[in-house]
Design a protein. Sequence first.
Length: 144
Amino acid sequence: MAYQAARRFRKRRMSEINVVPYIDVMLVLLVIFMVTAPLLSQGVDVDLPDADARVIDTQQQEPVIVSINKQGDYYLNLGSKKDKPIAADDLVKKVSIVMRKRKQTTIYVRGDKDVNYGKVVSVMALLQKAGVGNVGLMTDLTGQ
């Protein structure tokens, strides 16, 4: 009889899965994704070509080229002072004027190989501020 009494008071095994830890993990992941999603969308939109580097077709119109030298000075190939550095505000003004006249113009960025990468990104941000939709990065052809 003692055996039956001990058997009667034993707990039955639970056959259900405890989902509380999974819910906690999912909530933590949700918070992480909510915080990081806005950070991923910030940046400069760049429309780079899918193919290898190719020669720019300049027969239609003169391309607009923003150059950056080793010191980080900006140059614009428009106007009479092509060899003079241009301020960031003036660059935005001149490029926005060009974009109003020729909406489908692609702006090319030519940076010196020794220039700080942050300067190239800041030029691309300035071009985005001026309303540029397409930005191309210029390189030298290898082997020439």
